[in-house]
Design a protein around this ligand. Structure first.
Ligand code: 5AD
Ligand code: SF4
Length: 481
């Protein structure tokens, strides 16, 4: 929770307020009243489960949904056998969509056993009209559908559904508003994501994000800093600044500010020990940012710098607005300024018109930059994007072959790069008990590499010095010192 509000003091017999976030707190109070009654009727608390597909933005949005659900009176359930299940969906690649449809089939079965159950769908997929049509037609057991722009209205939509029996659909085509001060229920006590901007203006030709997340909007620096100060006072030591293209932060503000300047402000917040950010666009990465990172004690030594393709011809068709050479130049500048930084990336294989020579160019960049790790994806055609109608769509079997070839180079280099710290003493933020062996804890180095070492659960959330004893491919075994 990042705001002090007493729901009992809200008069729910009055008309609803017009302004936000007061209006949503009013609906939280009203929904809470209905949930209390329902729970008394069935003699147990109502439960909820939020399932997230996709990126960190969605994870952050899900924390907001959970924050509202908890205030309304739902208890979190471990599984989807709950009274309220919400899928926060992703549509960046088609397999994300298919997963949602598959899981909805399963949910239908759960709902048959619990007729009181409510199912909501939100997130990027819902911004596509064909998806909503399909849900209405073939998945009529869904109760609430909303999109990415009005997630702040969740309490109001939930209340509407709770007091009526009809399907609630509310999808906005866009928004300029950013509603501050809504509740959130954080997954971790010691680390948190912080939105610094929403949407994207880049229109990479393969990407659906600008269509489903809308135009770029930056939050005011003072709202961001206030949120981070609150998080720090609650014990958060690591924050991740979130945006589709953080390097263009601040351009749309009344008083423009650069991302590098914002980072310097964030650095001043006492109690925050680690600052991460995601994602950087290579075309907007400034020398100032590199300088600020180099001189910072808190900014983590990790740069996620999506390449997408190493071929200038393909980059041009992707509308990425950089060349192979200019990308390599940026990567080299970063490595020179901060030698122990880890650089990671995203690569798409099989963009329309991609040839063997083009993939060779991509492999060449991988070999030159030497990524610590890379997410590799096979191109997925997203209808409505310019690339979907481009000539030269590459057959699946060719993509598969090129993908495997690229992956083996990526993995070989990644193993070598991860190993370069063996024997060193580093700081690790402990995140959780090890999943396989409860005598171990698991944490991350500043450069995001995973480290396991013998330790008690009370180390979770603390930054601990360890010696990296053995590199096991993509992670380390270590000893506390
Ligand atoms: N097909 C495959 N990968 C995609 N990405 C975005 N759109 C597509 C698509 N249509 C990848 C990009 C991006 C990451 C989040 O997802 O690599 O950086
Ligand atoms: Fe998509 Fe490009 Fe925007 Fe990233 S920068 S979200 S890949 S359009």
């Amino acid at each position: 929770m990042n705001i002090d509000i007493n729901l009992d003091e809200i008069d729910i017999t009055k008309e609803e307020p017009i302004t936000e976030p007061e209006r949503q707190y009013y609906f939280i109070a009203k929904a809470r009243d209905l949930v209390k009654k329902k729970s008394a009727e069935i003699g147990r608390p109502l439960t909820c489960k939020v399932t997230t597909f996709g990126c960190q933005m969605n994870q952050k949005d899900s924390e907001k949904l959970l924050g509202i659900l908890e205030l309304v009176g739902y208890e979190q359930a471990e599984t989807e056998k709950a009274d309220f299940v919400i899928y926060n969906t992703c549509t960046v690649r088609d397999n994300a969509n298919q997963k949602v449809y598959g899981r909805l089939g399963f949910l239908n079965g759960v709902k048959r056993e619990n007729p009181n159950m409510l199912i909501a769908l939100c997130g990027c997929m819902m911004q596509e009209s064909e998806v909503v049509e399909k849900i209405k037609k073939s998945y009529s057991f869904v109760d609430i559908i909303f999109g990415t722009h009005n997630i702040f209205k969740f309490a109001e939509l939930l209340y509407t559904r709770l007091q009526s029996e009809r399907l609630v659909i509310d999808i906005w085509q866009g928004t300029n508003d950013i509603v501050e001060d809504l509740p959130t229920e954080r997954k971790y006590g010691f680390k948190a994501g912080v939105n610094i901007m929403f949407g994207c203006n880049n229109f990479c030709s393969y990407c659906i994000v600008p269509y489903v997340r809308g135009r770029e909007r930056s939050r005011n620096a003072k709202d961001i800093i206030r949120e981070i100060e609150t998080l720090a006072s609650e014990g958060v030591v690591e924050i991740m600044l979130l945006g589709q293209n953080v390097n263009s932060y601040g351009k749309t503000l009344e008083e423009p500010m650069t991302f590098a300047q914002l980072l310097q402000e964030v650095e001043k917040v006492e109690g925050i020990e680690r600052i991460r950010f995601m994602t950087s666009h290579p075309k907007d990465l400034s020398d100032d940012l590199i300088e600020v990172m180099k001189n910072s004690k808190k900014i983590c030594k990790h740069m996620h710098l999506p390449l997408q393709s190493g071929s200038t011809k393909i980059l041009d068709k992707m509308n990425r607005r950089y060349t192979k050479e200019s990308y390599l130049e940026v990567a080299e500048k970063i490595r020179k300024a901060i030698p122990d930084i880890s650089i990671t990336t995203d690569i798409i294989v099989g963009f329309p018109g991609e040839t063997d020579e083009d993939i060779q160019e991509t492999i060449d960049v991988v070999e030159k930059v030497r990524y610590d790790s890379a997410f590799t994806f096979i191109y997925s055609k997203r209808s409505g994007t310019p690339a979907a109608v481009m000539e030269g769509q590459v057959p699946d079997h060719v993509n598969k072959e090129r993908f495997d070839k690229l992956l083996s180079v990526v993995q070989k280099i990644s193993r070598e790069m991860t190993k370069r710290f063996e024997g060193q003493t580093v700081e690790v933020l402990v995140e959780e008990e090890n999943e396989q062996d409860s005598s171990l804890v698991t944490g991350r180095m500043s450069n995001n590499t995973i480290v396991h070492f013998k330790g008690e659960k009370n180390l979770i959330g603390k930054i601990i010095k360890v010696q990296l004893t053995e590199c096991k491919g993509f992670y380390y075994m270590a000893e506390m010192i």
